[in-house]
Design a protein around this ligand. Structure first.
Ligand SMILES: *[C@@H]1O[C@H](CO)[C@@H](O)[C@H](O)[C@H]1NC(C)=O
Length: 223
Protein backbone atom coordinates (compact mmCIF):
# COMPACT_ATOMS: atom_id res chain seq x y z
CA UNK A 1 0.00 0.00 0.00
CA UNK A 2 2.74 2.37 0.97
CA UNK A 3 4.71 1.66 -2.19
CA UNK A 4 1.66 2.26 -4.36
CA UNK A 5 0.92 5.53 -2.50
CA UNK A 6 4.47 6.72 -3.10
CA UNK A 7 4.18 5.72 -6.74
CA UNK A 8 0.98 7.76 -7.14
CA UNK A 9 2.68 10.79 -5.59
CA UNK A 10 5.65 10.49 -7.96
CA UNK A 11 3.29 10.08 -10.92
CA UNK A 12 1.34 13.17 -9.88
CA UNK A 13 4.51 15.28 -9.53
CA UNK A 14 5.73 14.01 -12.90
CA UNK A 15 2.41 14.96 -14.51
CA UNK A 16 2.49 18.45 -13.01
CA UNK A 17 6.10 19.06 -14.05
CA UNK A 18 5.56 17.89 -17.63
CA UNK A 19 2.40 19.96 -17.91
CA UNK A 20 4.30 23.01 -16.66
CA UNK A 21 7.17 22.38 -19.05
CA UNK A 22 4.71 21.88 -21.89
CA UNK A 23 2.93 25.18 -21.16
CA UNK A 24 6.22 27.08 -20.79
CA UNK A 25 7.63 25.75 -24.04
CA UNK A 26 4.48 26.05 -26.10
CA UNK A 27 4.70 29.45 -27.78
CA UNK A 28 1.09 29.88 -28.73
CA UNK A 29 -0.02 29.48 -25.16
CA UNK A 30 1.48 32.59 -23.62
CA UNK A 31 -0.10 35.06 -21.24
CA UNK A 32 -1.60 37.11 -24.03
CA UNK A 33 -3.95 34.43 -25.23
CA UNK A 34 -5.28 33.58 -21.81
CA UNK A 35 -5.82 37.11 -20.51
CA UNK A 36 -9.31 37.98 -19.35
CA UNK A 37 -11.91 38.89 -21.94
CA UNK A 38 -12.90 42.57 -21.97
CA UNK A 39 -16.24 42.08 -20.37
CA UNK A 40 -14.58 40.54 -17.33
CA UNK A 41 -13.09 43.82 -16.31
CA UNK A 42 -10.02 44.68 -18.32
CA UNK A 43 -10.04 48.28 -19.62
CA UNK A 44 -10.98 48.51 -23.29
CA UNK A 45 -8.45 50.38 -25.38
CA UNK A 46 -9.31 52.95 -28.07
CA UNK A 47 -13.00 52.15 -28.17
CA UNK A 48 -13.90 55.71 -27.02
CA UNK A 49 -15.24 57.71 -29.97
CA UNK A 50 -13.62 61.15 -30.21
CA UNK A 51 -16.38 63.77 -29.83
CA UNK A 52 -15.85 67.01 -31.71
CA UNK A 53 -16.26 70.40 -30.05
CA UNK A 54 -19.82 71.75 -30.40
CA UNK A 55 -20.71 68.43 -32.10
CA UNK A 56 -19.19 69.51 -35.42
CA UNK A 57 -19.31 66.98 -38.25
CA UNK A 58 -15.51 66.98 -38.29
CA UNK A 59 -12.92 68.41 -35.90
CA UNK A 60 -11.20 71.74 -36.58
CA UNK A 61 -7.44 71.91 -37.17
CA UNK A 62 -4.95 73.32 -34.63
CA UNK A 63 -5.31 77.04 -34.08
CA UNK A 64 -8.92 77.11 -35.24
CA UNK A 65 -11.97 77.67 -33.04
CA UNK A 66 -15.01 75.41 -33.48
CA UNK A 67 -18.39 77.08 -33.59
CA UNK A 68 -22.01 76.24 -34.31
CA UNK A 69 -24.88 78.69 -34.59
CA UNK A 70 -28.56 78.06 -35.08
CA UNK A 71 -31.28 80.63 -35.51
CA UNK A 72 -34.62 80.39 -33.77
CA UNK A 73 -37.45 78.24 -35.13
CA UNK A 74 -40.38 80.58 -35.89
CA UNK A 75 -41.30 82.29 -32.60
CA UNK A 76 -41.28 79.01 -30.71
CA UNK A 77 -37.75 77.67 -30.14
CA UNK A 78 -34.94 80.10 -29.36
CA UNK A 79 -31.56 80.18 -31.13
CA UNK A 80 -28.32 78.72 -29.79
CA UNK A 81 -24.61 79.49 -30.07
CA UNK A 82 -21.74 77.17 -29.27
CA UNK A 83 -18.09 78.26 -29.37
CA UNK A 84 -15.18 75.93 -28.50
CA UNK A 85 -17.63 73.53 -26.86
CA UNK A 86 -18.98 76.33 -24.70
CA UNK A 87 -22.71 76.97 -25.01
CA UNK A 88 -22.81 80.76 -24.98
CA UNK A 89 -26.50 81.36 -25.59
CA UNK A 90 -29.42 78.91 -25.70
CA UNK A 91 -33.03 78.48 -24.64
CA UNK A 92 -31.82 76.10 -21.90
CA UNK A 93 -29.53 78.82 -20.50
CA UNK A 94 -32.52 81.14 -20.79
CA UNK A 95 -30.38 83.98 -22.14
CA UNK A 96 -31.85 84.37 -25.64
CA UNK A 97 -34.50 86.77 -26.81
CA UNK A 98 -36.58 87.61 -29.86
CA UNK A 99 -34.77 89.80 -32.34
CA UNK A 100 -30.99 89.59 -32.67
CA UNK A 101 -28.82 87.57 -30.30
CA UNK A 102 -25.20 88.64 -30.36
CA UNK A 103 -22.10 87.30 -28.60
CA UNK A 104 -18.61 88.84 -28.60
CA UNK A 105 -15.60 86.53 -28.32
CA UNK A 106 -11.92 87.46 -27.99
CA UNK A 107 -10.44 86.31 -31.31
CA UNK A 108 -7.10 85.27 -29.86
CA UNK A 109 -8.08 83.63 -26.58
CA UNK A 110 -11.57 82.43 -27.51
CA UNK A 111 -13.07 83.74 -24.28
CA UNK A 112 -16.58 85.17 -24.29
CA UNK A 113 -16.67 88.90 -23.58
CA UNK A 114 -20.35 89.73 -23.79
CA UNK A 115 -23.64 88.30 -24.91
CA UNK A 116 -26.84 90.19 -25.39
CA UNK A 117 -30.17 90.06 -27.20
CA UNK A 118 -31.83 93.00 -28.91
CA UNK A 119 -35.55 93.19 -29.49
CA UNK A 120 -35.89 94.27 -33.12
CA UNK A 121 -39.69 94.39 -33.12
CA UNK A 122 -40.49 96.72 -30.24
CA UNK A 123 -37.05 97.58 -28.81
CA UNK A 124 -34.92 100.70 -29.22
CA UNK A 125 -32.42 100.32 -32.08
CA UNK A 126 -30.04 102.82 -30.42
CA UNK A 127 -28.98 100.15 -27.90
CA UNK A 128 -27.82 97.91 -30.75
CA UNK A 129 -26.05 100.79 -32.51
CA UNK A 130 -24.10 101.53 -29.33
CA UNK A 131 -23.27 97.84 -28.82
CA UNK A 132 -21.98 97.44 -32.39
CA UNK A 133 -19.96 100.67 -32.33
CA UNK A 134 -18.11 99.58 -29.21
CA UNK A 135 -16.80 96.36 -30.77
CA UNK A 136 -13.00 96.41 -30.84
CA UNK A 137 -10.45 95.04 -33.29
CA UNK A 138 -9.75 91.33 -32.94
CA UNK A 139 -13.19 90.50 -31.58
CA UNK A 140 -15.39 87.84 -33.17
CA UNK A 141 -19.08 88.66 -33.48
CA UNK A 142 -21.62 85.82 -33.46
CA UNK A 143 -25.21 86.56 -34.47
CA UNK A 144 -28.39 84.47 -34.49
CA UNK A 145 -31.89 85.71 -35.27
CA UNK A 146 -35.09 84.73 -33.47
CA UNK A 147 -38.63 85.49 -34.65
CA UNK A 148 -38.15 88.98 -36.08
CA UNK A 149 -34.74 90.61 -36.63
CA UNK A 150 -35.95 93.17 -39.15
CA UNK A 151 -38.70 95.55 -38.05
CA UNK A 152 -36.46 98.06 -36.23
CA UNK A 153 -33.51 97.51 -38.55
CA UNK A 154 -32.13 100.79 -39.93
CA UNK A 155 -29.38 101.84 -42.33
CA UNK A 156 -26.90 102.59 -39.56
CA UNK A 157 -27.22 99.05 -38.16
CA UNK A 158 -27.06 97.52 -41.65
CA UNK A 159 -23.81 99.39 -42.30
CA UNK A 160 -22.30 98.34 -38.98
CA UNK A 161 -23.05 94.68 -39.75
CA UNK A 162 -21.73 95.07 -43.31
CA UNK A 163 -18.49 96.43 -41.83
CA UNK A 164 -18.24 93.25 -39.75
CA UNK A 165 -18.28 91.25 -43.01
CA UNK A 166 -22.00 90.59 -43.51
CA UNK A 167 -23.38 90.25 -47.04
CA UNK A 168 -27.05 89.98 -46.09
CA UNK A 169 -27.51 92.67 -43.41
CA UNK A 170 -28.42 95.05 -46.25
CA UNK A 171 -31.58 93.11 -47.03
CA UNK A 172 -32.51 91.81 -43.60
CA UNK A 173 -36.22 92.26 -43.02
CA UNK A 174 -39.31 91.21 -41.08
CA UNK A 175 -39.08 87.59 -39.80
CA UNK A 176 -36.08 86.61 -41.94
CA UNK A 177 -33.73 83.90 -40.62
CA UNK A 178 -30.09 84.89 -40.21
CA UNK A 179 -26.91 83.42 -38.70
CA UNK A 180 -23.56 85.13 -39.02
CA UNK A 181 -20.02 85.16 -37.69
CA UNK A 182 -17.89 88.21 -38.47
CA UNK A 183 -15.18 90.44 -37.07
CA UNK A 184 -14.40 94.12 -36.95
CA UNK A 185 -11.18 93.95 -38.90
CA UNK A 186 -12.29 91.65 -41.71
CA UNK A 187 -10.81 92.78 -45.00
CA UNK A 188 -13.44 90.94 -47.02
CA UNK A 189 -16.90 89.42 -46.61
CA UNK A 190 -17.21 86.71 -43.96
CA UNK A 191 -17.59 83.18 -45.33
CA UNK A 192 -19.69 82.34 -42.26
CA UNK A 193 -23.22 83.52 -43.01
CA UNK A 194 -26.62 82.06 -43.87
CA UNK A 195 -29.78 83.91 -44.72
CA UNK A 196 -33.36 82.95 -45.56
CA UNK A 197 -36.00 85.43 -46.56
CA UNK A 198 -39.45 85.34 -45.04
CA UNK A 199 -41.46 84.29 -48.10
CA UNK A 200 -45.01 82.87 -47.85
CA UNK A 201 -44.31 80.69 -50.92
CA UNK A 202 -41.27 78.96 -49.43
CA UNK A 203 -41.70 79.34 -45.65
CA UNK A 204 -41.33 76.13 -43.72
CA UNK A 205 -43.46 77.36 -40.85
CA UNK A 206 -46.59 79.41 -41.22
CA UNK A 207 -45.23 82.95 -41.22
CA UNK A 208 -41.51 82.11 -40.83
CA UNK A 209 -38.77 80.54 -42.94
CA UNK A 210 -36.87 77.49 -41.75
CA UNK A 211 -34.30 77.80 -38.97
CA UNK A 212 -30.70 78.01 -40.12
CA UNK A 213 -27.66 76.17 -38.83
CA UNK A 214 -24.09 77.21 -39.45
CA UNK A 215 -20.99 75.39 -38.25
CA UNK A 216 -17.34 75.93 -39.01
CA UNK A 217 -13.75 76.51 -37.99
CA UNK A 218 -12.61 80.09 -37.56
CA UNK A 219 -8.87 80.78 -37.42
CA UNK A 220 -7.47 81.93 -34.11
CA UNK A 221 -6.08 85.41 -34.48
CA UNK A 222 -2.46 85.60 -33.42
CA UNK A 223 -1.29 89.07 -32.58
C1 LIG B 1 -7.99 89.31 -25.93
O1 LIG B 1 -7.33 88.73 -24.84
C2 LIG B 1 -5.97 89.09 -24.70
C3 LIG B 1 -5.39 88.27 -23.57
O2 LIG B 1 -6.17 88.39 -22.41
C4 LIG B 1 -5.86 90.58 -24.48
O3 LIG B 1 -4.51 90.95 -24.38
C5 LIG B 1 -6.52 91.31 -25.63
O4 LIG B 1 -6.54 92.70 -25.38
C6 LIG B 1 -7.96 90.83 -25.84
N1 LIG B 1 -8.48 91.43 -27.03
C7 LIG B 1 -9.57 92.17 -27.02
C8 LIG B 1 -9.93 92.78 -28.32
O5 LIG B 1 -10.25 92.33 -26.04
Amino acid sequence: MRVSGLFRLVALIFALVTTWVFIRSYNGFNMKTIRLPRWMGSVPRETRVEKTKCGLSKPCPENFFSFKLSSGAANVVGPSMCFENHLIMSPVKNNVGRGLNIALVNGSTGTVQRESSFDMYSGEPTALVKFLKEIQEGVLVLVASYDDPGTKMNDEIRNLFSNLGSSYAKQLGFRDSWVFLGAKDLKSKSPFEQFLKNDPNTNKYEGWPELLELEGCVPRKVF
